[in-house]
Write a protein that binds this ligand. Structure first.
Ligand code: AKB
Length: 317
């Protein structure tokens, strides 16, 4: 049975991915790695082992890997795009110095590694519609620069040392469990909270700004499916485009209004968020992921909206 360490296990993706991995590989085989001040709570804390594991501390990662005989690391530690713009040095320290620590520990201990990339790895010079798998990547944000570097250094560790590195480029992720913190796509989560709470939504992103988005269950499937994929079929390794839906603010607003006809939205565009959003693609072409490891999403805007609203009603009301 696989022994897995999730670094960043209490974050937006980590909190759900850890539980999904425990349901597949067994509770005792998935270690939730967290930093001080972000301790696991509730089911996450009670269902399996957890360890302090700061990605910037190589020795701590090595200790946890050795203690639990880890053979796969999901490295989810990162600052999201908007926060990273305010703290570029810290973003690099966590995203790249941290990744270097993970890759070195993986090399020494024979672990495979999953470190997500993002639609943020693209920039204004990238073809915006049907963005190909292999294309221009010249992002203007530190988040994007660190994601391109993540893809390249992860590929390098595979070709130079044979470390089994794999990753996807996540779209904006939408979930009712753990809110995201400081991303450009967060509005597409926040809008559901406003609708269910009966509040007017102030939209920080301008009309007609299309970005790829994905419901969390699809994102979790992508992580597991790629890490289980037959390596002989993989032409690419790090930074697979994956896609399920692309929309602009009015389209998600209209989808929610089918459930809440009186729901109100007003635009108050945030300059930083908008400049980041405008530099990202409208929609990715995920055909390489479909061909190389049979990727396919399950949710679209309508089915995600129905599920989000139902779940948030239980959580909030
Ligand atoms: C962000 O908005 O920063 C993230 C992402 C798309 O990578 N959600």
């Amino acid at each position: 049975m696989k022994k897995i360490l999730v670094i960043g296990a209490t974050g937006q993706i980590g909190s759900e991915l850890t539980m999904r991995l425990r349901s597949i590989y067994g509770n005792e085989n998935v270690v939730a790695g967290y930093i001080k001040g972000a301790e696991p709570k509730g089911e996450l804390a009670e269902s399996g082992p957890s360890e302090i594991c700061d990605v910037t501390d190589a020795e701590a990662i090595a200790d946890v890997v050795k203690k639990h005989h880890i053979d796969a690391i999901y490295n989810l530690a990162a600052l999201l795009s908007v926060v990273a713009e305010g703290k570029p040095r810290l973003a690099w320290k966590i995203g790249i110095d941290g990744l270097w620590n993970v890759l070195e520990v993986a090399r020494e201990n024979g672990c495979s590694v999953f470190t997500p990339s993002s639609i943020g790895s693209f920039g204004p010079g990238t073809p915006a519609d049907g963005t190909p798998q292999d294309t221009v990547q010249r992002p203007r944000t530190i988040y994007g620069v660190s994601k391109v570097t993540t893809e390249l250094i992860s590929d390098y560790y595979f070709s130079k040392y044979g470390v089994d590195t794999r990753s996807v480029r996540f779209p904006g992720l939408i979930s009712y469990v753990t809110p995201p913190g400081g991303g450009t796509t967060d509005y597409a989560v926040d809008i559901y909270y406003s609708a269910v709470k009966g509040e007017k939504f102030i939209c920080p992103i301008a009309p007609n700004t299309y970005m790829d988005m994905m419901y969390m269950p699809d994102a979790l499937n992508a992580c597991v499916q790629l890490m289980e994929a037959d390596p002989s079929r993989l032409v690419h390794r790090n930074g697979f485009n994956i896609a399920s839906m692309s929309f602009e603010p009015n389209e998600i607003y209209q989808a929610i209004r089918k459930f809440y006809p009186d729901f109100q939205m007003e635009y108050q565009v945030d300059a930083l968020k908008q400049s980041i959003a405008s530099s990202w693609p409208n929609s990715l072409d995920d055909s390489c992921a479909r061909t190389e490891w049979d990727w396919k999403s399950a949710y679209n805007l309508e089915s995600m909206t129905a599920d989000m609203i139902e779940r948030l009603k239980i959580k909030l009301l």
